[in-house]
Design a protein around this ligand. Structure first.
Ligand code: XLF
Length: 328
């Protein structure tokens, strides 16, 4: 049965203030008092109730994972990898969808704090100071929150360059880049890498922006804005789920991929393999991202320090059927 601090104080024969100092780790508690309290806490603490456990040990064995939206295949695979990794260390995942909405993100941070999570993974975060105030470790994917918070990020600029080089070497001349959310530095870097490389080659690129990378309806709405799409022979899309919609759209218009237009995505989400034609993409290995995030957070939870706060993942081109060298 869960006991109150008052019960523990009575049974241990110490003051309520001492128990409070012990539990909150904020003041001196004599060794003798500590032993007495621990004995009672141990007897009490047989309950599997995570929150009860958390109350006595300060933090639970739960880790929060904030993702923009689990319906993006990249994020659902990432969640699986992270969950598998941390469960081997005795932790469970508390999954939160932020919908790329800072208000929701903030609310979830509060909820996680209330649950005394042992740590937080956050993906494409927009809130900053909320994480800095958090006393437990945080590991971020893509967004640099502060100098102290470990961030795993793909070299997105390089990824954009690779996408351009691939389309160019396949003989594409009329290029379109479909970019995404304007607040995302990752998305912006992909755009910049692609454009800078095109500029070097003296080629121009048309740009279209999608407002979201989830919610199919939104993508479908965006895609309707693509007029005269037939004039392009090479399209770089900011991520694979958006590229899936683009492929579908070209098919509806009877534009043949890759003979008339070549399409390259970004991620290497598992859906790329299932598309027809299958999707060429710039891979940001989800296995590597997930493992590096989980490994970093577990180390931090265990009280270790990580010197290198920015952990960079190198992208690479994964050629499938949606691109092909043009015949001379
Ligand atoms: O935030 C970027 C955009 O979408 C992220 O890495 C992703 O590529 C995942 O699909």
């Amino acid at each position: 049965v869960l006991k109150s601090m008052r019960d523990i104080a009575r049974e241990a024969g110490v003051s309520l203030a001492t128990v409070s100092r012990y539990i909150n780790k904020n003041g001196y508690v004599s060794e003798e008092a500590k032993k007495k309290i621990e004995k009672i806490v141990k007897q009490t603490n047989y309950t599997p109730n995570e929150l009860a456990r958390a109350i006595f040990s300060k933090n639970s064995k739960i880790i929060g994972l904030l993702v923009p939206n689990i319906s993006n295949p990249y994020f659902n695979e990432l969640a699986l990898i992270i969950e598998e990794y941390v469960s081997k260390h005795g932790y469970s995942i508390f999954l939160c969808n932020t919908n790329d909405d800072p208000t929701k993100e903030r609310e979830y941070i509060n909820v996680l704090q209330g649950h005394r999570v042992a740590g937080i993974f956050t993906v494409r975060a927009q809130c900053k100071k909320e994480y800095e105030l958090f006393t437990v470790p945080v590991v971020s994917f893509e967004s640099i929150i502060s100098d102290d918070i470990v961030t795993i990020v793909t070299d997105n600029y390089q990824g954009g360059k690779l996408a351009f080089d691939h389309l160019k070497s396949n003989g594409c001349n009329h290029l379109l880049h479909i970019t995404g959310l304007d607040f995302s530095k990752a998305v912006h870097d992909r755009y910049q890498g692609f454009l800078d490389e095109a500029k070097k080659e003296g080629m121009s690129v048309d740009i279209i922006r999608f407002e979201s990378d989830f919610q199919r309806k939104m993508l479908e709405a965006n895609i309707k804005t693509l007029e005269n799409i037939e004039k392009y022979d090479g399209v770089f899309v900011f991520n694979d789920i958006a590229a899936a919609t683009v492929i579908r759209y070209f098919k509806q218009k009877n534009v043949h991929i890759p003979d008339e237009v070549q399409v390259i995505g970004f991620d290497n989400s598992y859906i790329g393999e299932f598309l027809f034609p299958s999707l060429t993409t710039i891979e940001q290995s989800v296995q590597e991202v997930g493992n590096k995030m989980a490994d970093a957070l577990i180390h931090l939870i265990n009280g270790e320090t990580i010197e290198n706060k920015i952990i960079m993942i190198q992208p690479n081109v994964l050629v499938r059927e949606s691109t092909k060298a043009k015949k001379e």
